[in-house]
Design a protein around this ligand. Structure first.
Ligand SMILES: [Zn+2]
Length: 324
């Protein structure tokens, strides 16, 4: 636990088996509010409880929980804390729509993953994927949201006034919260100090998350911020500099992909295999990491397609991209 400013505490919630190591949950003590909770494991819960206690707050006293977005490492303990305290859950309204969509469709996740893998040019992995068929079964549980939030809305809490910025990209429902008086930005996974947040796409028809992400970076440019509180890595202050770096990163990545495609048409997997990934080379990635990388590639390809720089065609259920 670390005190950030008067009444604001950073709680390090451990996350085993993940190279990031932990998610930060932020406790606003006067408002009895948690921003993000960490993963839903026993030791994460123990860490959250113990550190909140040393900041002077029992989890049973929490009045509201505001996840920046609905990924597992941010909402894992929401239900547990709600059961203990009766806290209300606030999230961007698209969180409700997104959950309703996946619930109503009752999607066959295995079939969807097979199709997606084939579409991206990964047919040779279909046999491997079959071994995991059972792990795709089971219903996704959804999180009940008590207070849907809107972009630009101001939350007048005890001791903190937070303005909501809807920042889709890493997740469609992602929000950042700005405390203008304390000059703090609760950034979630939107801007992290050293790594670029995963921006990916599951289907070439689904939207343009990279376009959204780049637009969302602009939304928080120019805010009066001295302290950026991200959900991972470390606290930093140069928001403008980091925004510019992220822009450049994606611009370079787009150029790199266009160069890879040059004069022949390529599948998403073929392009991904030639990208100089920051984490590790493609050949050293296991299938699941390759799939993530391919989805990230697809987000860039669709971004370029939408701007007229690439041509997309589907041949026998496989996507191909070429220069226009
Ligand atoms: Zn995260």
């Amino acid at each position: 636990m670390r005190k950030i400013s008067e009444g604001v505490y950073q709680i390090e919630v451990p996350m085993r088996h993940n190279p990031l190591g932990y998610t930060y949950s932020y406790l606003l003590r006067d408002a009895a509010t948690l921003i993000d909770t960490g993963v839903g494991t026993r030791d994460a819960f123990d860490g959250l409880e113990e550190q909140a206690r040393s900041a002077g707050m029992e989890l049973t006293e929490i009045k509201r929980i505001i996840p920046t977005h609905l990924h597992g490492d941010h909402i894992g303990l929401v239900e547990t804390v709600r059961r203990l305290s009766g806290a209300k859950v606030y999230a961007h309204r698209t969180a409700i729509e997104r959950q309703k969509e996946s619930h109503d469709k009752d999607v066959d996740l295995y079939a969807e993953t097979r199709n997606e893998t084939k579409l991206m040019g990964g047919s040779k992995y279909l046999g491997f994927l079959r071994r995991f068929e059972n792990s795709f079964r089971g219903r996704m549980s959804s999180l009940e949201i008590d207070e849907p939030l809107e972009n630009g809305q101001t939350l007048e809490l005890e001791g903190s006034t937070l303005k909501v910025y809807w920042t889709p990209g890493h997740a469609r429902e992602h929000i950042c919260l700005h405390d203008e008086e304390k000059r703090i930005l609760y950034a979630g996974d939107h801007v992290l100090p050293k790594i670029t947040p995963h921006v990916s796409l599951r289907s070439h028809l689904e939207g343009d998350p990279l376009g959204d992400y780049i637009e969302s970076l602009e939304k928080i440019r120019g805010l009066d911020v001295e302290t950026v509180l991200p959900a991972h890595q470390y606290v930093f202050s140069d928001l403008e500099g980091r925004i510019s770096e992220m822009h450049l990163h994606h611009k370079n990545r787009c150029e790199e992909m266009k160069k890879i495609i040059s004069d022949s048409r390529n599948t998403v997997f073929e392009i991904s295999a030639k990208v100089a990934w920051d984490s590790r080379p493609w050949t050293e990635m296991e299938f699941w990491t390759k799939r993530m990388a391919a989805r990230e590639t697809l987000a860039h390809l669709v971004y370029l397609r939408n701007r007229g720089e690439l041509k997309e065609e589907v041949v026998k259920g496989v996507l191909y991209y070429s220069l226009t």
